[in-house]
Each structure stands twice: as C-alpha cells, then as structure tokens.
Design a protein around this ligand. Structure first.
Ligand code: DGY
Length: 328
C-alpha cells in the first residue's frame, strides 16, 4: 500500500521530520522564506496531511485545492489565526497546534524585553559598538528599574501567568486585566484584578498576552497611550496587530511612553523603512520569544505527532477543533 502524502512547509527539527518520514511520503519546503502562495497551493494539491507555520495562509481555497484526501492540518505554533478553523471543521479536518511547550520560553523572553527595553540594553550596546563610549557618566542611559515596580498584564492565560510568577521574584506589584477574572489565582500569585483604564494608568511595565482577534486588534492605540505613564515600558510578545503601530510611533517619539520592547510587529516582517526602526527607545526582535532550543524541539515533536496521528485516523494530541471528533 502506498504511503500517505504530506507537505511540510518549512524545516523543523530533524527528529520530527523523521517521525513523519516513517509513515508518509514527505515533501519539505527547503527555503528560509515561505513558499509563494501559488507554489503552496500546488504543493498541497492531493496531500493527505499538511504541517504548516503561522506564515502560511490556510484558508478554504487552499483546503479546496488540497482536495478530499486532506485529513489533518498541523500547525507548529500555539497561535493559529492564519488558519480558517471553521472551514477545516466544516470539512471534518482536525487542526493541530502546539500549546504549553512554549510557555516558559515566551515568559522568559517577555522578561528579556522588559529588562532590555527598560534598562536600554540595545541602545547602550549600539553606543559601545559605534565607538562612542568615552567615560562612565552618572546620567547616561538612565532606565526604569524593574524591582518593586508595577507590572500590568493584559491577558492572564498560560503565558501571562508565567510572567506573573517570574515578576514575584522581582517583588513587582502585579495588576492584570482579562475578559475572565481569575479569582482562583489572585491570592496565590498576589495578583490584583483591575479595569482597563486602571491598568493603563498605573503600570510601569505593561505586557500584552492576548490572542489576536477582532476585539484585540489595535487594543493599544492613541487613547490608551494617552492614559499610560510617560515613564511606562510597553512589551508585546503576543501578536503585532494588538498595537496600532502608527500610534506607537507617535507615543514613543513624543514621550507619551518611555520605551517599547516588541517581539512581534504589524506587519511581519517589519518593512526596512518602518519609522519604528528609527527609534532608540523601541527594541524589536524578529518574533523569537518561543525560540529556545527546548521549546522549538517540543513544538516540532508535537506538530509531527499531530500530523502522524491525523494521518492514522487517531485523535491529535493537541487539537484546536475537537468538535470534528464528535461529528464522526
Ligand atoms: C506561536 O506559537 O503562536 C508563536 O507566536 C510562535 O512560537
């Protein structure tokens, strides 16, 4: 019997590719950048399984072109706003994702951004590398101390909570706002639930941990910046479009807030001529919060396992739309 056919849209850890190769004829996109849309569509035509990334648009057109053999879509990420999950569910196709295993990496990186943006690490490093360091100066590169300051978390899911746990080590005063109040966690982690205006008004460090959806699109824009402290540091390791980039530029340029640490941008990758790139008080990483070796290895393994399970008609280990199983 011939093996099922799969397309893997980018290199992942080799052990994970091996897991897939054992059970399927595997076509792997070898380039560093995503396959152009027309190539992606031709690659998925007639496949039984697809392992994809958040840079691939997986919509109903693609599923239509893939055809009736498509049994599983496995995304190597916890976010999946690039996938039309409704369309997959309608076709009875389970969609896999990789939650949990990148929580610590992302929480660690959120702190990396808070510390680096707050204490002007990149700005200072660039100063040294440009050969401008001539003396120790009491007023050079002053930044915001993290110890004992107020942290505002917008979104208290898995990652938000891990950031809160780390913040207790810095004796931070932790505020949070979410659509669901987590009374069960408040006492244990010394969390204070506040409304949106209060979190904006009181946070020294404001960190975003929400999904991207129509409600969170440009959640932080002109009005929000006008409420924030002029000394505040804004951190985003969630999704770029949660912040309005034009309003952010204005706020950073005009001292409405002190600094920003971004792992994600709108759009991605950020264009070379984006004005945010001209600002010393804005640090920008290329969407690498989950890029610890441990997290990416586990993400690769779970994505491969989801794909294999889907091909073999078994339940996915991590499934976005488990309702597909209820239908059968
Ligand atoms: C995700 O998993 O959604 C991250 O943004 C990339 O790891």
């Amino acid at each position: 019997m011939s093996k099922p056919k799969v397309f893997i849209s980018r290199e992942i850890f080799p052990e994970a590719i091996e897991m897939v190769r054992k059970v399927a004829d595997t076509d792997l996109w070898p380039e560093e950048t995503p396959a152009p849309r027309d190539v992606l569509l031709s690659k998925v035509s007639g496949v039984d399984g697809l392992l994809c990334l958040l840079t691939d648009k997986i919509d109903s057109e693609l599923m239509e072109i893939a055809g009736p053999r498509l049994k599983v879509i496995s995304q190597i990420a916890v976010g999946y706003e690039n996938i039309d999950v409704k369309a997959a569910t309608k076709r009875g196709i389970p969609v896999g994702y990789t939650p949990g295993v990148l929580t610590h990496a992302t929480a660690d990186f959120t702190f990396t951004l808070m510390l680096a943006a707050g204490r002007r690490l990149i700005d200072g490093t660039n100063f040294v590398k440009a050969g401008k360091w001539r003396t120790w100066h009491p007023l050079h590169f002053l930044g915001k101390e993290i110890y004992g300051s107020t942290l505002g978390l917008i979104g208290l899911g898995r990652i938000g909570l891990e950031v809160a746990k780390r913040a207790t080590g810095f004796q931070m005063n932790i505020l949070y706002h979410d659509i669901v109040r987590r009374r069960d966690l408040e006492e244990q982690y010394s969390l204070t639930y506040v409304d949106r205006d209060t979190i904006l008004k009181q946070s020294d460090f404001l960190s975003l941990h929400v999904n991207l959806n129509p409600e969170t699109y440009h959640l932080i824009s002109e009005k929000e910046f006008s409420i924030m402290k002029s000394t505040a540091v804004l951190v985003n390791a969630a999704r770029g479009p949660v912040i309005d980039p034009n309003a952010l530029y204005w706020a950073l340029k005009n001292g409405e807030i002190a600094a920003a640490g971004l792992d994600v941008t709108e759009p991605e990758p950020i264009p070379d001529d984006d004005p945010l790139l001209t600002l010393d008080n804005c640090i920008i990483a290329p969407h690498i919060a989950s890029a610890s070796i441990e997290a990416r290895q586990e993400m690769s393994r779970i994505a491969a396992q989801n794909l294999v399970n889907g091909l073999q008609g078994e339940k996915l280990v991590e499934c976005v739309n488990p309702e597909v199983y209820a239908k059968t």
